[in-house]
Design a protein around this ligand. Sequence first.
Ligand code: BGC
Length: 373
Amino acid sequence: MGGDDGPELTGFTGISMPTDTSERWVIEGKALEDNLKGLGYDVIHHNAKDVVEDQISQIQSMVDEGVEFLIIAAIDNKSLGQVLADAKDKGVIVISYDRLILETPDVDYYASFNNYQVGVLQANHIIDRLGMRENPGPFNVEIFSGDLGDNNSQYFFMGGLDTFESFIYDGKIVIPSGQTEQSPTSTAGWSGDVAMERMNTLLADFYDDLELHAVLSPYDGISRGVVQALVDADYEPGTDDFPVVTGQDAEAASIKAIKDGTGQTETVFKDTRLLASTVTDMVEALVGGGEPEVNDLGTYDNGFKFVPSLLLDPVDVTAENYVEVIVESEYLTEEQIDAGEALSERPRRTGVTAPSRSERGRVPSGPGRAAFA
Ligand code: BGC
């Protein structure tokens, strides 16, 4: 397709986003749609709002409408085999967006961030902030991980745990709950409320006579749930006694807490504008009869094959660099941060263009597969 033998591609694309409770997906769905329409392509765009069956039927309807490309961020990475088999029969090119779709041969490309590195950055924030290299500890830490149906969760989790490993071995990090496997630490639907409940339970069960020093949290919405539970248990934000809490996605409410010192002290910024423009470039390259740019062929095994991937760099954000990384890049204004405004509710900014291909971060390769065995 797009080459000498297949029919001419017109760029007709179906976009399938997973949820509207985590704000990034709303923005990226819209950005992808705008980018592709800007190239003159027809676009259908659905958000499945956390309902797996709806995502399947929305994808099926887009296939039936005759899309040539599917850009999919899956709710449940193992649920799409059948609908993608049908898409493949009809010649649709499938791009797995941010989250790898598993157990199907019918995924052509994957675009995401170096997900393992996200966990490394989060764990290193805790290690640095508590001065674990200099201080004997022990430090009491609890671990939260993401939804089990999301392939990214294991990468965030392993990046964090691998980074903690030598400190756990040395006895500097203690995990009083003993919950160090992915499943018991997971957070269904990436939900802040679910995380708050689990933190309440952990505090009640294990911290009667113990101080908690840090919580490794994989996502800002989860972090805010954790912080709420800590505040309810009388930990005082802004004091040295408040546990170090990490996060991901640079959501305005979390950047506000980082800036004001009212809870979470770190987030990992993934410039989703770049991801959306990268995937737009992939579609454009294929429509033009070329091959999309990828930079990793050997990390993301979906159970059938290593999916050719393009991975961007995540960036660690704290009170020290949020102005440079978040404000100066025009991801959020200070006003939006101060308002703790959800990105999905803010008016669309005009005149902001995604950085060019040459300005984008690139990572040479992801972690070895052994890390995930
Ligand atoms: C994404 C994260 C996001 C999480 C919850 C993951 O798949 O990579 O950026 O925080 O989903 O929406």
